[in-house]
Design a protein. Structure first.
Length: 433
């Protein structure tokens, strides 16, 4: 009896070990993404995108869960204007999302504060093809031999234009002028003046990013400032440099377009390009999703116009990061790795200019726009000379002072020269910190 019992125990032990080995074999010899025990894991992922972007990510998350059934991902949408401040509060209170979007101006703050995880291990997987990532796009997220983020959006800014309005007026389009070598701010002003129709509520141009009045001065006006041969700050970020003749001319152009020629919407005006009442709108490639929904008129894209300082094209920048000391660091890294592989970056390239060379140069990406030729001109031909906007560790303080001073333009409470003097006075102590 005792012998039979021992034999039964041995049989049961062997069966258990066999089942365990089989389970490990079925998983490719790897632990489940949620941990070796496969317990449920919930990741949070913060973005500032719109509902269309969110829907795209929800589809990718469904795909991710096919191989990671125990990992769920909740998308947290935070308005772009509040994003950095809210994320700063969450970081300080240890309630930050596991995976976050960060734009260039916010990256130094969180990297220097030690609040982001080193994700260099992602590159060790040969199937990930890390060498396909454009090296220059990694500079901002690299510190020594450590990699803290993977860029997913490196767009040039561009002009979206209502081709139908141009054709109705018999005007050359921005693309035609660009191809002739004549696409300048002077020509844009001429076209905007001809296209503005106050009785129909139509404006010739809009430089402010949609919804960005007094919240996105650097995104909306950096190109104009560069094109006039000026800059907001010195290269080392320690001096305010806009208070020059060139800087004054750039802001005077902006002010006059609103209040003198009235070819540009005034502050608070919510007229949108998709309404058909803006002949030209400055924006990034990510606006393409909304533009594609337009059916009432024909539209196209073109590079930014030239000024005395050149085109001044900006290169937008956003990357995925894993926050420090969260409860699911490895799972968060795995999710970032998934989002930035070639297949999925091809998916997100419908809104974001990819940092993978193979995706950027693909026929599928070129087909994202109104035509492959338009995308080549507005994106591929501009990337080489475009510049990433400056980033600062204390951007929130700088942003607050800049927005307060820009109110003088929007409310017409002083001259441009007076406003620049006040800006310099307010910004100098902060830049010196």
């Amino acid at each position: 009896m005792r012998k039979s019992f021992l034999i039964l125990c041995v049989i049961l032990l062997v069966a258990c070990l066999t089942a365990a080995c089989s389970s490990k074999s079925n998983n490719g010899g790897k632990e489940a993404a949620g941990g070796s025990d496969g317990k449920p894991v919930k990741l949070t992922f913060s973005i500032w995108g719109n509902d269309t972007h969110k829907a795209m990510y929800e589809t990718l998350i469904e795909k991710y869960r096919e191989d990671h059934p125990n990992v769920s991902v909740e998308i947290m949408t935070i308005p772009a204007a509040d994003y950095q401040q809210k994320l700063s509060i969450m970081m300080a209170s240890k309630t930050a999302p596991d995976v976050v979007w960060l734009m260039e101006r916010a990256i130094p703050q969180f990297m220097n504060a030690g609040q982001l995880e080193d994700i260099s291990s992602i590159k060790s997987d040969e199937s990930y093809k890390a060498d396909d990532l454009i090296p220059a796009t990694l500079d901002l997220v690299t510190d020594g031999d450590k990699l803290y983020g993977i860029p997913f959006s490196t767009p040039t800014n561009m002009i979206y234009y209502n081709k139908t309005l141009f054709e109705e007026k018999g005007l050359k389009t921005p693309r035609q002028l660009y191809e002739e070598g004549n696409w300048t701010y002077e020509e844009m002003t001429k076209a905007a003046t001809a296209l503005t129709q106050p009785d129909k509520g139509i404006y010739g141009m809009n430089l402010i990013r949609p919804g960005g009045w007094n919240t996105s001065w650097i995104e909306s006006l950096q190109t104009l400032v560069w094109a006039y041969g000026a800059d907001f700050f010195s290269p080392d970020g320690k001096s305010f440099t806009l208070n020059t003749a060139e800087g004054e001319a750039a802001l005077q152009y902006f002010s006059d377009a609103m209040f003198v020629s009235k070819i540009h919407p005034k502050p608070g005006d919510q007229t949108t390009f998709e309404s058909g009442k803006l002949a030209m709108q400055q924006d990034l490639f990510s606006y393409m999703g909304k533009a594609k929904a337009v059916t009432d008129f024909e539209w196209d894209i073109a590079p930014m116009p030239k000024g005395q300082g050149g085109q001044g094209t900006t290169l937008g920048y956003a990357a995925y990061f894993v926050t420090k000391d969260n409860d699911h660091v490895e799972e968060a890294k795995e999710f970032v790795k998934f989002l930035t592989n070639s297949d999925n970056m091809a998916v997100t390239s419908q809104f974001f200019v990819p940092s993978r060379k193979s995706v950027l140069e693909s026929d599928a990406f070129l087909a994202q726009g109104p035509s492959p030729e338009s995308v080549k001109e507005a994106v591929l031909e501009q990337i080489g000379n475009a510049k990433v906007r400056q980033s600062f560790q204390n951007f929130q303080k700088i942003d607050e002072k800049m927005k307060l001073n820009f109110d003088a333009i929007y409310t017409q409470t002083g001259t441009i020269q007076e406003m620049l003097g006040k800006m310099e006075q307010d910004l100098t102590p902060i830049l010196g910190e």
